[in-house]
Ligand binder design. Structure first.
Ligand code: SF4
Length: 315
């Protein structure tokens, strides 16, 4: 697999592009995740022509349509930013991005909960940074996150899982967009989807089963939409426990009574929060290899992203 391309707010990589000439380096993103992805840095305020250093800006006015305004001289730069942002997202279509990591709280790059100030300079409602809003509207199916939220282990794992899924989807579509490939893709992602949303698991299963009755382009469009929509839903301990118990069913005949008991206890310990998810996953992976379970060996749920990222050690 070639490296996954991810857009990122430039300051998170340590580039000195902030209004005061500083940066907001995030070491996990640059040094750890950066080994597996190729970043496409974007700094809206610099690329839009505001320079470094520059006057700071914030969102102001009507919460439904806030303006981007410089804080001291009160220059409204919304239109300049919007014109650039629409041009930039059109360019980004060529970058094959599988995700975007935004800098939180920025009036240009913040994905959510960005303060909107009233006429008296008081923060009131919250909104979306101007560039982030244009990006998310233009690419509704591309996974997006903020660096602050990525410090939460569950959100981090979920985001990284989604970018890997989207990359595999794109590769499948490029290499061989056939019903057979779709069935294969779906089979390998079934348990991963189940862990996010049993409802989407059922809908996607039905869609694939009826695949031959739907024009192919429409089938792929619906599948990708439902897939990315389902994966957006948060995985919980309860949902993971259900999937782990479901997985146990595949070893009904192979495991001894003692092994079954041990695995059940491991799953219960995970459920109670005594162990991270990686513990039952390692044991199930071991049994899948030992007993040659072909269906489980290909499940991305058991190997969704590089182990070195240690994402399941904390969830
Ligand atoms: S938050 Fe966005 S606009 Fe601000 S410095 Fe970082 S990349 Fe540039």
């Amino acid at each position: 697999m070639e490296k996954i391309r991810i857009g990122i707010s430039s300051c998170l990589l340590g580039e000195a592009v902030r209004y005061d000439g500083g940066h907001k380096l995030d070491r996990f993103l640059r040094d750890t995740l950066g080994q597996y992805v190729e970043y496409v840095p974007v700094c809206p305020e610099v690329e839009c022509g505001f320079g470094i250093p520059r006057e700071s800006m914030h969102l102001e006015g009507d919460p439904q349509a806030p303006r981007l305004v410089t804080t001291r001289t009160k220059r409204d730069v919304t239109d300049q930013m919007l014109t650039w942002a629409h041009r930039r997202v059109a360019e980004l279509e060529r970058e094959n991005l599988c995700g975007f990591i935004f800098k939180s709280n920025s009036p240009s790059s913040g994905m959510e909960r960005v303060k909107i100030f009233d006429r008296n300079g008081m923060p009131g409602k919250i909104g979306i940074g101007v560039f982030a809003g244009v990006f998310m509207h233009h690419f509704p199916l591309i996974p997006v996150e903020e660096e602050g939220r990525l410090h939460d282990p569950v959100l981090r794992e979920s985001f990284i899982e989604r970018i890997f899924v989207l990359k595999r989807w794109r590769e499948m579509m490029q290499q061989s967009a056939t019903i057979g490939s779709l069935v294969n893709f779906h089979t390998r992602h079934k348990l991963l989807i189940m862990a996010h949303s049993p409802k989407h698991y059922t809908s996607l299963g039905k869609l694939v089963a009826n695949g031959k009755a739907i024009p192919e382009e429409e089938l792929y469009r619906q599948y990708q939409f439902l897939l990315m929509e389902g994966l957006k839903l948060k995985v919980t301990v309860k949902k993971n426990t259900n999937v782990l118990q479901h997985l146990m069913g595949y070893f009904k005949r192979e495991l001894s009574a003692d092994e079954k008991q041990e695995l059940m206890e491991l799953i219960e310990h995970y459920h109670q929060g005594h162990f991270p998810l990686i513990v039952p996953i390692i044991v199930i992976n071991h049994y899948a290899r030992k007993y040659g379970q072909p269906y489980l060996k290909i499940q991305y749920y058991l190997n969704p992203h590089p182990l070195e990222l240690q994402l399941r050690n904390h969830v």
